[in-house]
Design a protein around this ligand. Structure first.
Ligand code: KG4
Ligand code: ZN
Length: 360
């Protein structure tokens, strides 16, 4: 049980949102509501998860074949307070023991983001502690520091989720450079769309991954879309179209669904791994990392470990439980801004699209 402690924060009158930082451990409560998961977590010193609660909305959205933004916002509104209370209770803490509150600021669905962001901001304001609006993508990168062994800087990171496929040169906790991203669909989006084409439903990534285990990845060869090999950009819409064309022109495709899944997955995985290793080579990094929802894909994890192993590179991938959206990663990212002694302005707003620089 963590004891209640005296107030650690003294507002600096010359700089509204700067605070002296204590040497003691720092406890951050974070919430995440950028898409279809309502999550809250309590994390100590950016590394130790005291609790992490994730309430999925799949049951609401799956019948529509994708996330319905308005329904997502409404469910966040219902779930946020109980999920936060559960996270605090599971951590054995009360609100007065928190040092800061954080929330995802963007990118994501604006309505969904606003629910968590406004709630967390009000919570922090009421408690008189700083608030951190965290970039969701920076949160995914920070998930690497919630596992036992943290990566050494600098490293090349591949972030693959439902909305993003991006390569970063990560030089420090609050210092990441975007090297390149997808020109069209994100990797997770391609998994979800192919799943829909095959009648497997939403969310599709995990379903394709499971079926691919039973298929032959060499039976049907789908294109590897490298674009310009010297660039750090991706494109998955052509591959998705190739799968669609195969389905339309092969009446017997239903017999081949595991092979289609395996062939598609292999085409995605090969390019993702190849481009991550190339990014590491360009930036002379000895470490590579994989994060985001698609990082849960068993074959992708295996392929990156294999390819990086051949080059003698260290590989860091969070446990599967921290690949999908969660609030622990948001707290982990916020911790480093807390250490810098700065916080997000009280009048800050959410943003739907990715922006640089990242948080707060
Ligand atoms: O990071 P995340 O939870 O949410 C976003 O920030 O988008 O990523 C969700 C994405 C979805 O597209 C989902 O289909 C994909 O991650 N995903 C997977 C797997 N598990 C989740 N994709 C491939 N293989 C998986 N095992
Ligand atoms: Zn995400």
């Amino acid at each position: 049980m963590i004891p209640a402690r005296p107030v650690l924060w003294i507002s600096n009158p010359d700089a509204d949102f700067c605070f002296p930082v204590s040497d003691l451990f720092m406890i951050i409560l974070a919430v995440e509501s950028s898409c279809d998961e309502t999550a809250a977590a309590v994390v100590r010193d950016g590394t130790l998860i005291l609790s992490s609660v994730v309430a999925s909305q799949i049951d609401i959205h799956h019948r529509y074949g994708g996330v319905v933004p308005e329904l997502a916002s409404r469910r966040h509104l219902e779930a946020l307070v109980p999920v936060t209370e559960e996270a605090l209770a599971a951590a054995g803490l009360n609100a007065q023991q928190l040092d800061a509150v954080a929330a995802t600021r963007g990118p994501g669905l604006v309505g969904a983001l606003l629910v968590g962001f406004s709630f967390a901001k009000a919570y922090a304001y009421t408690l008189g502690i700083p608030f951190y609006g965290v970039n969701h993508l920076e949160g995914h990168i920070a998930s690497l520091f919630l596992k036992a062994e943290a990566p050494e800087f600098p490293f090349a990171a591949l972030l693959v989720s439902g909305g993003h496929s991006s390569l970063y040169h990560v030089r420090g906790h609050t210092d990441s450079e975007l090297m390149g991203q997808t020109r069209d669909d994100a990797a997770g989006e391609a998994f979800d769309k192919v799943s829909k084409m095959l009648g497997l439903g939403y969310p599709g990534g995990a379903k394709i991954g499971e079926l691919a285990e039973k298929g032959n990845p060499e039976k049907i060869s789908f294109p590897r879309v490298w674009l310009d090999k010297s660039q750090h950009e991706f494109s998955f819409s052509g591959l998705k179209t190739a799968v669609g064309r195969y389905i339309q022109t092969h009446e017997e495709y239903r017999e081949e669904i595991p092979d289609i899944a395996a062939g598609f997955q292999e085409a995605v995985v090969e390019v993702l791994s190849g481009k991550l290793l190339f990014a590491a080579e360009v930036k002379k990094c000895r470490t590579v990392a994989l994060v985001g929802g698609v990082a849960a894909n068993r074959r992708l994890r295996e392929k990156i470990r294999e390819d990086a192993g051949k080059k003698g590179l260290a590989v860091h991938i969070p446990p599967v439980s921290l690949c999908g959206d969660n609030a622990a990663m948001i707290a982990a990212a916020a911790y480093h801004y807390l250490q810098k002694g700065c916080a997000t302005d009280w009048d800050a707003d959410v943003y739907s699209r990715h922006k640089m620089p990242l948080s707060p």
